[in-house]
Design a binder for this molecule. Structure first.
Ligand code: SAM
Length: 571
C-alpha cells in the first residue's frame, strides 16, 4: 500500500474524516432502501411502527425512548399547560422512583443508600424497572439544571473537572484504602500521617469528594466510608478506571484545545491532546507510550475490564440472541470460523465458543498481548481446542484467509477514518464472498436527544475521550456506511475492488449501549447479477456517466489522502 506524506494526510480532512453530512439526504434514502436492520428504521419504531421494531432489533432503544420522553429542549413536553416543566419532571421522578422502590421491596432487595454497607450495584432489573431507574437518573439531571437556571448551570458546570481532579488524587494516594473498611471513622490527622499529602491538601481533596458522597465526615475532622468510597477501596479494576481517567485522560483532554489549534484536522494518532500533554507530539501514538510503561499499560487494561463489566457493556448482550445479540447459529452449523481482530486475551471468543460448540475461533492481537493471554484459554478443553491465539498487526494484510466472520470489538472507535479504512482494506485479500465484517462499537444517532440522557452523556463523552487520546471517534450509522463504501471506493487498486463491502445495517441489543454494525463482502459481478439480472447495459450508464464500477476502478488525484502514514500506526 502506498505510503503517504504527513502533509497530504492532513490536507485530506474533508474527504477522509468528514462525517456523511454532505450526502446526508441521499445517504438516509439509501439506508432506508437497503438496510432492513438499520437505525433509520428506528425513527419509524419511535413513532410506533411494530414492523420496524421487529426487524431492526432496536426495540430496546425505541421502547425505552417512549418510556422516558425527554422534556428538554423545548417547551414542557406533553405536560398540561398548567404543569410547569419542573413539576412535570418532579412528578416523573416520584412516579418512577415509586415503581423502582416497589420492585425492590417486593423482591426484598436492599434500598439504595449512601451507607457504607449498601450494595455497590443494583441487581439485574427487569426491563421495565431498569427503564424506571434510567428515567429517574435523566429526569433528576434535567430538574437539577432547571433549578440551577441557565447562567448558574453553565457557571458551575465547567467546574466538574475539579471533582475529577479530587477523585484522581484520592485514588492516586490510595486514600480510600486507608480509611477503615469496618465503618470506624479515622481522623484527618491519622489519615494524613499515612500519606505524603500535607493536612490542608488532604482535607480539601477529601472534602470536595464528600460533596459527591465519596466519604463522609460524621464529626468535623473525622472521615468514614460511604458506599462509593468503599467500592473504590475494594475494586481494583475501578481504581484502575479512575487512575486511567484521572491521570491519562484528564491531562489529555486538557490539551485538546492546544492540539486542535495546532492541527485542526485532528486525524493523526501522534498529534492528539495526549501527545501535547505528555510531550510526545509527532513521536509516538498513545499505545506505544503505554507499551513502554508496563504499569500504565496494565492500568489501562484493568480500566477496560472495569468498563466492559459495567452496565450496558457486558459481553452477554452480544451473545443473547433473544435480546438482539448476534446469531451465529448458521455459521456454527457448518463449523465456520470467526476471527476476533484485536481480540485481546480472547474473552469474547471464549464466551462465543461456550455457546456455539462447532465454530472455530482465531483471536488476533499484538505479540505481547498474545503472549500474556491465559493458558489454557479456557478450562473447558472442548472450548480451548477451538480457539487459536495469533499475533497479528491489523495494520498489515490479514493472514487468516477465508474466515466466515471478521469481528472488531472496541477497535474501530480507536481510529480516525484514514486508519479505520486501512484496517478494513487490509482484510480484502483474505475475504471470500459472503464473509461478514461485524463491528461491535457505539453507534451514535445522527442528532442529539434521541438517547436516554444518561446513555447519551456516556456515549458523547466516550466520543470526546477518543478525540483526546487518539483523534478517533464514535460513529453514526451513515459514518459506518460511508467507511465501508470508501474502503473499496475511489482510488483503490483494481485487484482490490473486485468485491465490495455491502453494508447490512446496525442493530442494538436491548439495554446495551453498544451496537452491532455489519457488512458482507460480495463480488461486484455477483452483486450486479442479483440486483439487475437483465440490465447489463444499464450498469454501464449513459455516455459520460460514471458507473459504480468505474468510480471504484479509477484512481483519483486524492486517492491516497486517507491512508495513514506508516510510522503513525497505532502500534
Ligand atoms: C480497546 S481494546 C479492545 C479489545 C477487545 N476487542 C475488547 O472487546 O475488549 C483494543 C485491542 O486492540 C489491540 N491492538 C492495538 N493495536 C493493534 C494492532 N495494530 N494490531 C492488532 N491488535 C492491536 C490492543 O492490544 C487491544 O487488545
Amino acid at each position: 500500500m502506498a505510503k503517504l506524506k504527513l502533509s497530504s494526510l492532513f490536507s485530506s480532512s474533508s474527504s477522509s474524516s468528514a462525517p456523511a453530512s454532505t450526502a446526508e439526504g441521499e445517504t438516509t434514502k439509501d439506508i432506508k432502501k437497503s438496510s432492513r436492520r438499520s437505525f433509520s428504521a428506528l425513527s419509524a419504531s419511535l413513532l410506533g411502527s411494530k414492523d420496524a421494531e421487529a426487524t431492526n432489533g432496536t426495540s430496546a432503544a425505541a421502547s425505552f425512548k417512549s418510556a422516558t420522553p425527554s422534556v428538554a429542549p423545548g417547551p414542557a413536553a406533553a405536560a398540561p399547560a398548567t404543569t410547569s416543566e419542573m413539576i412535570a419532571l418532579a412528578q416523573k421522578i416520584t412516579k418512577e422512583t415509586e415503581k423502582l422502590e416497589a420492585y425492590m421491596k417486593e423482591h426484598d432487595l436492599p434500598m439504595p443508600s449512601f451507607d457504607a454497607d449498601a450494595p455497590a450495584d443494583f441487581p439485574k432489573l427487569p426491563d421495565e424497572i431498569a427503564q424506571s431507574r434510567k428515567a429517574i437518573i435523566s429526569a433528576t439531571k434535567e430538574l437539577g439544571l432547571l433549578a440551577h437556571g441557565p447562567r448558574e448551570s453553565v457557571r458551575w458546570g465547567i467546574w466538574e473537572f475539579l471533582d475529577t481532579l479530587a477523585l484522581a488524587a484520592i485514588n492516586h494516594y490510595r486514600i480510600a484504602k486507608l480509611v477503615p473498611l469496618d465503618g470506624t471513622p479515622i481522623s484527618l490527622a491519622s489519615l494524613q500521617a499515612l500519606t505524603p499529602l500535607d493536612p490542608i491538601n488532604l482535607a480539601r481533596l477529601v472534602r470536595l469528594a464528600i460533596t459527591n458522597k465519596i466519604f463522609y465526615e460524621p464529626t468535623p475532622g473525622h472521615i468514614a466510608h460511604t458506599a462509593a468510597s468503599k467500592v473504590l477501596a475494594e475494586d481494583t479494576d475501578l481504581q484502575a478506571w479512575v487512575g486511567f481517567n484521572g491521570e491519562d485522560i484528564l491531562p489529555a483532554s486538557a490539551h485538546v484545545l492546544q492540539a486542535l489549534q495546532a492541527h485542526p484536522e485532528a486525524t493523526s494518532l501522534t498529534r492528539t491532546g495526549f501527545q501535547f500533554a505528555f510531550n510526545t507530539v509527532d513521536k509516538e501514538p498513545m499505545f506505544v507510550t503505554f507499551g513502554k510503561d508496563p504499569n500504565r499499560a496494565k492500568r489501562m487494561g484493568k480500566a477496560m475490564v472495569s468498563l466492559t463489566g459495567g452496565e450496558g457493556y457486558e459481553p452477554s448482550y452480544f451473545l443473547d440472541v433473544e435480546k438482539g445479540g448476534y446469531d451465529f447459529s448458521e455459521i456454527d452449523a457448518r463449523g465456520g470460523t470467526l476471527v476476533d481482530v484485536g481480540g485481546s486475551h480472547g474473552f469474547m471468543c471464549v464466551a462465543l465458543a461456550e455457546k456455539y460448540r462447532n465454530m472455530r475461533f482465531v483471536v488476533q492481537d499484538l505479540q505481547r498481548t498474545v503472549d500474556s493471554a491465559p493458558k489454557p484459554i479456557s478450562a473447558d478443553p472442548q472450548v480451548a481446542e477451538r480457539i487459536t491465539l495469533l499475533a497479528h498487526d491489523f495494520f498489515t494484510e490479514q493472514v487468516t484467509k477465508d474466515a466466515d466472520v471478521y469481528f472488531f470489538r472496541w477497535i474501530m472507535h480507536n481510529y480516525s477514518t484514514p486508519y479505520a479504512l486501512q484496517i478494513l482494506r487490509n482484510l480484502i485479500p483474505a475475504l471470500k464472498p459472503g464473509a461478514r465484517i461485524v463491528i461491535n462499537d457505539h453507534c451514535l444517532y445522527e442528532g442529539s436527544g434521541q438517547e436516554d440522557l444518561w446513555d447519551e452523556k456516556v456515549m458523547r463523552r466516550m466520543d470526546v475521550v477518543m478525540l483526546s487520546l487518539l483523534n478517533a471517534q464514535e460513529r453514526t450509522e451513515s459514518e459506518f456506511r460511508e467507511l465501508f463504501a470508501k474502503a473499496t471506493g475511489e482510488g483503490q487498486q483494481q485487484q482490490e475492488v473486485k468485491g465490495e463491502f455491502v453494508f447490512k445495517g446496525v442493530t442494538r441489543p436491548k439495554g446495551c449501549r453498544m451496537s452491532i454494525v455489519e457488512a458482507v463482502w460480495q463480488l461486484k459481478e455477483e452483486k450486479e447479477e442479483q440486483r439487475q439480472p437483465a440490465a447489463v447495459t444499464e450498469v454501464k450508464g449513459e455516455e459520460g456517466e460514471t458507473t459504480p464500477a468505474t468510480v471504484a476502478a479509477a484512481p483519483t488525484a486524492d486517492t491516497k489522502e486517507d491512508e495513514p502514514k506508516t510510522e503513525e500506526k497505532a502500534e
